[in-house]
Design a protein around this ligand. Structure first.
Ligand SMILES: *[C@@H]1O[C@H](CO)[C@@H](O)[C@H](O)[C@H]1NC(C)=O
Ligand SMILES: *[C@@H]1O[C@H](CO)[C@@H](O)[C@H](O)[C@H]1NC(C)=O
Ligand SMILES: *[C@@H]1O[C@H](CO)[C@@H](O)[C@H](O)[C@H]1NC(C)=O
Ligand SMILES: *[C@@H]1O[C@H](CO)[C@@H](O)[C@H](O)[C@H]1NC(C)=O
Ligand SMILES: *[C@@H]1O[C@H](CO)[C@@H](O)[C@H](O)[C@H]1NC(C)=O
Ligand SMILES: *[C@@H]1O[C@H](CO)[C@@H](O)[C@H](O)[C@H]1NC(C)=O
Ligand SMILES: *[C@@H]1O[C@H](CO)[C@@H](O)[C@H](O)[C@H]1NC(C)=O
Length: 159
């Protein structure tokens, strides 16, 4: 948790004065593994899962390994910080949220869209940071745990 305030400060810094680098999603083959997913809807919809990424130091940009626990509620809610479960080789923050339901089906009969975002300090250059965000369709499976992968579709860096 010690990393979150640093990254929050960086994220709100004036991006216009820095160099913004966008990376086409197809150029990065990284994907993350969600394990122990459970979700359901009562008054609001809620989720609970772990997400793991295996780092690769020869990727461009180099990516760190991470493992985090995410839980939260509300389709269409803001990103909520996940809790890091392992030390990582760089400072990073993981967040998650349920995207708004655009399906007229009510209650738990529709599929949740979970979005996960990772922001981290470049493994070699302290002044550069990267933001990877991806989403996947999951299930309101209550307590029957499920696993799936999330592939980042939006990637940018700030130097
Ligand atoms: C997440 O991982 C931790 C540590 O490996 C484990 O104790 C916990 O049960 C896992 N939680 C879920 C929701 O899978
Ligand atoms: C690490 O990234 C490089 C370059 O993208 C790739 O060739 C290599 O297969 C990756 N290694 C692993 C273990 O995924
Ligand atoms: C919303 O609609 C788009 C396009 O049909 C679909 O790809 C997406 O999964 C839908 N999202 C939800 C939450 O149903
Ligand atoms: C969902 O259900 C509630 C109460 O059952 C109803 O008021 C609402 O109009 C429904 N929404 C949609 C999009 O069907
Ligand atoms: C809405 O969700 C239901 C249940 O997942 C699915 O069968 C249906 O195709 C979805 N409709 C749209 C327009 O996405
Ligand atoms: C990644 O960038 C998006 C869009 O600027 C932002 O909403 C999100 O909070 C960032 N992710 C993290 C983990 O800070
Ligand atoms: C999900 O992954 C975990 C860890 O790899 C494994 O122990 C578990 O059996 C998997 N569960 C399912 C439903 O595939």
């Amino acid at each position: 948790m010690r990393v979150t305030p640093i990254l929050a400060t960086l994220a709100s810094a004036n991006i216009a004065s820095a160099m913004l680098m966008r990376i086409a999603a197809g150029k990065v083959s990284w994907s993350w593994t969600v394990t122990g997913w459970s979700a359901g809807c009562a008054e609001t919809c809620h989720y609970d899962f772990n997400v793991t990424g295996i780092g690769n130091s020869t990727d461009k940009p180099p990516s760190p390994s991470f493992k985090a626990y995410c839980s939260g509620e509300g389709e269409g809610a803001d990103f909520k910080a996940c809790t890091q479960l392992e030390e990582s080789e760089t400072r990073l923050a993981v967040k998650a949220k349920l995207l708004p339901n655009n399906n007229s089906t009510n209650g738990s009969s529709h599929q949740p869209q979970i979005q996960v975002s990772l922001q981290y300090i470049d493994l070699k250059t302290e002044s550069t940071w990267w933001n990877f965000t991806g989403q996947a369709e999951a299930s309101y499976n209550q307590l029957a745990l499920m696993n799936f992968t999330i592939t980042p579709d939006t990637i940018y860096g700030v130097a």
